[in-house]
Write a protein that binds this ligand. Structure first.
Ligand SMILES: [Zn+2]
Ligand SMILES: [Zn+2]
Length: 392
């Protein structure tokens, strides 16, 4: 080996080492940046717990306001507990993504048709519109799916359309074959980064580097995406967080004002009380409008992305036959059209669960599978989904 070759190899090795080092530094910085808001919020919550109990309530108890101090504590506990519980669940629960679903599907050793036959009577009818009786046929589903895939010349990823009795996912059909949303040119929605088809309501998150099911937004405060499986927890977190801020502010401020009005009261004021007021105002001003917005979105069965962005919907063949002027139109682009709105009660049930007993607790999983969603009748009429080929 010549001297020049050896030195160029050495330089190359050095360059690769430097690149690896910078990549490590970059990933370290990214990790710190991502985790910082969660750590900050956790510290604020822990401090609020300490300050409220040991600086505010104990002050009241020690100054002949025992009942007031105890009552403040009693109402504080459930609000704080529910806020922290929802926060933990929202940040630790995966919103669901197409890559994990595909991997899960591959690892499952379930036979597609067998799985479908075992479950089609219950789950499948819920997932697809009620006025499509012919589509509740197992053979038909398989044929249509195969046909659709072969026609498009692609191998679609398996989707989970149903859960068995033990909540284990069952592969039934490709996700894309059931999509009603498409790209601007009418082609299937496909993620170049995940190298997978996108199902309805899923979007690619740059932070998570995944296509998230029923993606709402990426929240830095929980360092997680808000999507299909954790939207309920996130929603409860912001709602309880709002009530928590209102409660802390409304109990701390009057006491602070009362003490300040007393002679020499200014010297008795605890810095922690003032900071409790300040933090509850800052977070309350952010959380209250945010939770009201999400309550509206929940009742409308609409994600934040759907609220802000236009979507392209595939039109069925009936729409194309309606007139020569419409012959070429097979896409409808709209921001206000909401095919998933099923009435307030059903919309809420889809996210919070069927049982009202568990609506306000951060437990349970949402209805459905995150890949396909029931459509309303208006969507069927508007999109003219009246034929099997138009749906699958
Ligand atoms: Zn993606
Ligand atoms: Zn994300």
């Amino acid at each position: 080996m010549s001297f020049i070759e050896a030195s160029s190899k050495k330089k190359k090795k050095k360059g690769m080492g430097a690149a690896r080092f910078f990549r490590k530094v970059q990933s370290c910085c990214t990790f710190t940046l991502n985790v910082s808001p969660v750590v900050l919020l956790s510290l604020i919550l822990a401090w609020a717990f300490w300050a409220y109990h040991f600086r505010l309530c104990l002050y009241l108890i020690g100054n002949q306001a025992i009942l007031q101090g105890c009552l403040y504590m009693i109402f504080f506990e459930p609000l704080f507990g529910l806020t922290v519980w929802s926060f933990y669940k929202a940040s630790r629960t995966s919103p669901g993504n197409t890559i994990d679903t595909a991997k899960q599907g591959e690892s499952e050793e379930l036979d597609i048709e067998e799985g479908y036959q075992d479950n089609h009577d219950s789950e499948y009818v819920q997932l697809l519109p009620s006025h499509l009786p012919a589509r509740n046929d197992a053979n038909h589903l398989s044929e249509t799916d195969d046909q659709s895939n072969s026609e498009q010349g692609t191998s679609s990823s398996p989707a989970i359309l149903s859960l068995d009795d033990n909540n284990a996912p069952i592969r039934l059909a490709s996700s894309s074959s059931l999509s009603i949303t498409v790209k601007r040119d009418g082609a299937k929605r496909y993620c170049q980064k995940c190298k997978m088809d996108k199902c309805d309501r899923s979007h690619h998150c740059r932070s998570c580097k995944r296509c998230i099911l029923k993606m709402d937004h990426h929240c830095p405060w929980i360092n997680n995406c808000v999507g299909f499986y954790n939207y309920k927890f996130f929603y409860l977190f912001i709602v309880y967080g709002s009530w928590f801020c209102i409660y802390v502010f409304s109990t701390t401020l009057p006491l602070t004002i009362r003490i300040m009005k007393q002679p020499m009261g200014i010297f008795e004021i605890d810095f922690n009380w003032l900071f409790l007021c300040f933090v509850s105002v800052v977070f309350g001003l952010f959380l209250i409008p945010f939770s009201l917005f999400h309550t509206r979105q929940l009742c409308k069965n609409r994600t934040t992305i759907e609220f802000y962005e236009k979507a392209n919907y595939r039109l069925g063949s009936r729409q194309k036959r309606m007139g020569s002027r419409r012959q070429m139109i097979d896409i409808m682009r709209s921001r206000y059209f909401n095919p998933w709105e099923l009435g307030t009660r059903t919309n809420v049930e889809q996210v919070l669960g069927k049982s009202t007993m568990t609506w306000f607790l951060p437990i349970g999983i949402p209805s459905g599978n995150g890949h396909t969603f029931p459509l309303n009748d208006h969507a069927y009429d508007t999109l003219a989904i009246d034929e099997v080929d138009d749906v699958y």
